[in-house]
Design a protein around this ligand. Sequence first.
Ligand SMILES: Nc1ncnc2c1ncn2[C@@H]1O[C@H](COP(=O)(O)OP(=O)(O)OP(=O)(O)O)[C@@H](O)[C@H]1O
Length: 297
Amino acid sequence: MGQILEINGLTKAYKDVTSIYQMSFTLKENKIYGLLGRNGAGKTTLMHMITAQLFPTCGDVKVFGEEPYENTRVLQQICFIKESQAYPEYFQISDVFATAKSIYPNWNDGLANQLTQDFQLPLNRRIKELSRGMLSSVGIVVGLASRAPLTIFDEPYLGLDAVARGIFYDRLIEDYAEYPRTVILSTHLIDEVSQLLEHVLIIERGELLFYEDAESLRSRIYSVSGSSEVVETYMKGKEVIHVEKIGSLVTVTLLGKKEENNKKQAESLGLEYVPISLQKFVVDLTTKSREKVVKGQ
Ligand SMILES: Nc1ncnc2c1ncn2[C@@H]1O[C@H](COP(=O)(O)OP(=O)(O)OP(=O)(O)O)[C@@H](O)[C@H]1O
């Protein structure tokens, strides 16, 4: 399976902050990736460099084997939908779709029409007259109907209600199954998209903390709770992500190894074992432990 994105030593530094620091990774074609991290982690900066909207301070980005900057051949294969997508205000929705059709070679009218109906979009209404959620729906139609080999959604659903978000996920997975492409989905609604993701990239303060197969990661993340002494015994030699202490009860989030039987071991010590969601893992990973467990407490 081919690589469609190669990032090497990528850094973006501003005067007071380094948004992306020495990042290197590759993405394969026809996979759905989740790009996760807290506010300010560097996700949008990274996506802007991938889509040639921002120059790196150093390092390089190759998309489909080429540098994306001013490279029409590459750029027409990338569709980037962001939260605050700006369209000319005087455009009607139909003008946005006609423009997208002229840019993206794989644009599909049938899918665009289907999605227009799903989201109940009035094609002849002007952009400046749309509600926030309708504007997000327009972006989603463009993102899906373009069928671009690299499709990137950066928090695409500001203002979209749960029903509309459900339509987005369903249509994405249906169309992806028939017309595979590489999708990068950046969102804070991790629980909602968790089942869609095939690989997960977690970034924090401009660095890539995790890059793993989503199913494998989901099977390794869990928490145990119990008294501090027993929990501390259990924690020895394990990868502890987060510790929380309420009175004498300690709960730790851990990242197990695949081959370990973490559940059995925890339960044999009388600890409560709970598999945790990807969202909780990301929150715990990117939050400092509130309190360390001190031996004997
Ligand atoms: N033009 C800029 N000048 C200076 N600093 C910037 C600039 N753009 C981004 N930053 C900083 O870079 C860091 C990463 O920002 P970025 O927008 O990439 O984060 P993010 O992960 O997308 O956050 P969010 O989830 O809130 O959208 C932040 O500290 C931000 O303040």
